[in-house]
Every structure is written in structure tokens, then in C-alpha cells.
Design a protein around this ligand. Structure first.
Ligand SMILES: [Fe+2]
Length: 486
């Protein structure tokens, strides 16, 4: 393996016992380019062509208050596959906040778990006092990577091959964009939403394949809400108003406490993608962190996602003192997300719901070529009880109800693992799941490919990475055809 190391960044982070600054969540402070990657087992397939991009959260400076893992600075890790070869590189996202803290040599903003008064400068997004660390997700649209932040940040563009930084996307509105804009590969559009603390609280927008804003509208809610994700079908964007959001009384004092609002239903806005009045539906109360696909069939719009049984869990009894609340909200075993289907009937206005799996599953992916269309296969991740760490995969056949799974060895954790179609794919599941692993037994990371038809067989190829990466939240696969500039 040939490794070129970039000049180091300035860091002031000190060792601590914080559960999310150690182990698989140890921040990485190194940027490299690596070629001639070593294949640990199997061979790199020649029928995979494109890039896997992984965003991670890496705290650079000593936190001002109580660190939360979603506060760390965004870092994009990329592996490129072509002709049976692979190369790797990683870069911090050079956000305005990252650059300001590099200059200061210290943290300038508190985090999600801190009072707003800790911020030394105005912050970004719906919360208003946080650093936009652009660390949550990354998508590829109009030939460029776009990194995003869950509290609604600016959206930073990078070249998906070189990871050269191109700054903030020009079309991002004043209220920012949420972590999960959605790319429709069929139309080349990017669909996004944002949320804020001021009326009308929620907006929906569309960016064309030319990277220009083509539509932006309000989708009014009764007050500030905390939607995390959206979905789309061929004709509708699906936004949500779920009964888990900031306590309104405390919010008047600029205190951000999430609670479940008893008596309120879940509400879904089906917004015509070209713009227009939303069609609202009601459903059972829950919170949903991530949706899967949506599609239209007859009079119905069908939406799949992960229904949380307990969106505001009790504090974790086993956690280190002071971490009980944070550990519970980061533990899928506490939140209990279940694979779930909502059917919105456009003729009757009624919603019907169906539980598809009783296991704790989240962070799912599917073949993006089927986005907005009827699809059959979902690939979810399983979580290590007690931790925000992925320890395996479940493939669900939504047509037959059958499923297969693969569990990683103890102490080995996965990254979100999108589906990469094979060149010349015929079946929906002709492809690979791509993931970066963090191995706590060896202190190393590797990239693995699983044959999506047989995930139960485990990796078909394992490729060594030049350093151990930090865990994080989201990742994306972009085939070669997605890498053409607009
Ligand atoms: Fe997310």
C-alpha cells in the first residue's frame, strides 16, 4: 500500500473516558491518499465501478461542554473501485466552523447536549447555537458529493473523486438543508427539506440536474418540529410532522429538550414534487429516524421505514454517570425501531399500517435505481445493544417476507452499507453491499464487499484501509455514471 499523508490539522483534544471518544468512536485526525490497497481476502470484483463515500464525526478540539458524538467534525472517506482495483482517501469537510476552530486552536461552539450559552459565536441550523460540522450524510448529485448536517446546515460540495473542496452549495436556502436530501437517479433531481424554529417551520425544495434550485415552498406545521428524513415516490415528496419534538415551553427559554407529545398523531405531507398543496395523512404516533423507499400502486402511496416503539427512552441505567440520557437516545435497543409500512390511500384519505419485522433494525439501504418505484429488497443494519454501532446486516425480501442475515465477529463494527449495483445487473439484488469496518480487536479498518444475493456468506472481498476510521452515521454509493459534472 502506498500512503501519502497530508500536513496534520491542529487538534487540542485530550484523552478522556467519554464512551463516544474512545473505541470505535475514537476520532481520526489524519488525512491520507492511499493506492495499491492490500486485499486481505477474495479478489476485488471487476464488475463494480464507482465510489463509496462515508461521512464520519471526528472531534478535533477539546469540547467546551458535554460532547455528543454528533458534534464531531465531518470527514469524508472515499474508496474508488475501477477495473478490479481500489484506492482510498479521506478529508475533513472544510466547513466555516472547522476553519474558524483551526484558526482559534480551540472549540468555539458547544454541542447538542450543551446549553446554548456555551457557543462563543452564532451557530447554524434549526438549533441555532451549534457548529455546522457537515458530518451526518453525504450524497452525490450533479456530479459532486454534498455533505450535510442533521440540524440543517449549509451543504458542502466536494469532488467525489479527488475530495477537493468546493465550498457551500450556491442554492442552499437561508434555513439550510436537513441531513437527508434525496437524489432521484431517474430524473437527476435532488429533493430536500429543512426545518426551523420560525413559521412556517418546514420547507420542501427541488434542485435540478443542472444544480440550480427549481422549486422551494413552505409545508406549514403547527410549530417547530424535528423531522430527520424524507422519502419520495414518482409524483410525491413525503415529509413528516411526528409527535416527538422540542418542548415548547422550554424552547421559549432557548432550552432544547426533546419529548413525546402525548395525544398527537403522526402526520405525513404528500407534496407534489412539482410543487403545490400538500395532502396530509394521519397515522399512529411514533418517531422515525430513517425512511426507506416509497412508491405508488393503484390509489395508494406506499412508504417503508423504521417505526420507533419507544422514541423517548428512559435514561440508561448501566451508563457512566452523566451519560445515562445520551446513551439511551443512541441505543437502538432502547428506541426499538421496527421495519414498518405505511399505505396512504389518495382516494379515501385513510392510512393503513403494517409491521414487516419485529427485530430491531435501522439504517437501511436499497438499490437506488428503484428509488420511487416498486422494489423488493431492503438491507438493514443491526446494532450492538447499548451502543450506536452496527454489528451486522439483515436482507429482507418484501415480496415473500423471507430474510437472511450476517453478523460481524465480536468487536467488529460496520459503517452504513449502501447497495452498489453490478455492471450489467439484471436482478434488483445483482450487486454488493459496501462497508467500512472498524475492528476493535486489531485496531484496524477495512473495506468489505458482500454479495447482495447472499449476504449470509459474509464478505466476498476484504481490503485493508491505511488507518482505523472513526464510526459515524451515513454513507453512499455512486456509480461511475453519477460522477459526471452537471
Ligand atoms: Fe440520518
Amino acid at each position: 500500500m502506498q500512503i501519502e499523508r497530508l500536513p496534520p490539522v491542529t487538534t487540542s483534544l485530550k484523552p478522556s473516558n467519554h464512551p463516544y471518544l474512545n473505541g470505535a468512536w475514537t476520532p481520526l485526525h489524519e488525512e491520507v491518499n492511499a493506492t495499491e490497497l492490500v486485499v486481505l481476502s477474495g479478489t476485488i470484483p471487476t464488475d463494480i465501478d464507482g465510489v463509496y463515500l462515508r461521512n464520519t464525526e471526528n472531534q478535533v478540539h477539546e469540547p467546551l461542554g458535554r460532547f455528543h458524538p454528533f458534534d464531531g467534525d465531518g470527514m469524508i472517506h472515499q474508496i474508488e473501485f475501477r477495473d478490479g482495483k481500489a484506492s482510498y482517501r479521506n478529508r475533513y469537510v472544510r466547513t466555516r466552523g472547522f476553519e474558524a476552530e483551526q484558526e482559534a486552536g480551540a472549540s468555539l461552539w458547544g454541542g447538542l447536549a450543551d446549553p446554548v450559552q456555551l457557543a462563543k459565536r452564532p451557530g447554524w441550523g434549526a438549533h441555532g447555537s451549534l457548529k455546522d460540522s457537515s458530518s451526518t450524510d453525504v450524497v452525490v448529485h450533479a456530479g459532486k458529493a454534498l455533505s450535510t448536517f442533521y440540524q440543517c446546515g449549509e451543504g458542502y460540495r466536494l469532488d467525489p473523486l479527488t475530495l477537493e473542496q468546493e465550498g457551500v452549495a450556491a442554492w442552499v436556502p437561508i434555513d439550510g438543508i436537513s441531513a437527508h436530501p434525496k437524489v432521484d437517479e431517474a430524473t437527476g433531481e435532488l429533493l430536500f427539506f429543512n426545518y426551523s424554529k420560525h413559521a412556517p417551520y418546514l420547507h420542501f425544495g427541488v434542485v435540478g440536474p443542472d444544480n440550480r434550485l427549481k422549486h422551494y415552498q413552505a409545508v406549514e406545521t403547527p410549530g417547530p418540529r424535528l423531522p430527520h428524513d424524507m422519502a419520495f415516490s414518482a409524483n410525491y415528496a413525503i415529509l413528516n410532522d411526528l409527535p416527538v419534538f422540542w418542548d415548547a415551553e422550554l424552547l421559549k427559554r432557548n432550552i432544547h429538550v426533546v419529548r413525546k407529545h402525548e395525544g398527537l398523531k403522526s402526520r405525513f405531507a404528500l407534496v407534489p414534487r412539482a410543487g403545490g398543496e400538500p395532502i396530509w395523512f394521519e397515522a399512529e404516533p411514533t418517531y422515525v429516524l430513517h425512511w426507506l423507499n416509497a412508491y405508488e400502486e393503484g390509489d395508494e402511496v406506499i412508504l417503508d421505514g423504521y417505526f420507533q416503539e419507544d422514541p423517548v427512552p428512559e435514561p440508561h441505567k448501566d451508563a457512566l454517570p452523566g451519560f445515562e440520557h445520551m446513551m439511551a437516545f443512541l441505543d437502538q435497543a432502547c428506541l426499538k425501531p421496527r421495519l414498518h409500512r405505511w399505505r396512504f390511500n389518495l382516494k379515501t384519505g385513510k392510512t393503513t399500517e403494517q409491521r414487516l419485522d419485529d427485530r430491531t433494525l435501522e439504517f437501511g439501504t436499497f438499490n437506488a435505481k428503484y428509488a420511487g418505484r416498486k422494489y423488493r429488497y431492503v438491507y438493514s443494519t443491526t446494532a450492538e445493544p447499548g451502543w450506536f454501532l452496527f454489528n451486522g446486516f439483515v436482507k429482507s425480501d418484501l415480496e415473500t417476507g423471507a430474510s437472511t442475515s450476517f453478523t460481524l465477529p465480536k468487536g467488529v463494527y460496520a459503517s452504513e452499507s449502501p447497495f452498489a449495483p453490478k455492471i450489467g445487473a439484471v436482478d434488483e439484488d445483482d450487486g454488493y453491499l459496501v462497508s467500512f469496518l472498524m475492528d476493535e480487536n486489531t485496531g484496524t479498518s477495512e473495506c468489505v464487499l458482500l454479495d447482495a444475493k447472499h449476504i449470509e456468506d459474509g464478505p466476498v472481498c476484504r481490503i485493508a484501509l491505511p488507518h482505523k476510521i472513526c464510526s459515524g452515521t451515513h454513507a453512499v454509493w455512486a456509480g461511475r455514471e453519477m460522477l459526471q459534472p452537471a
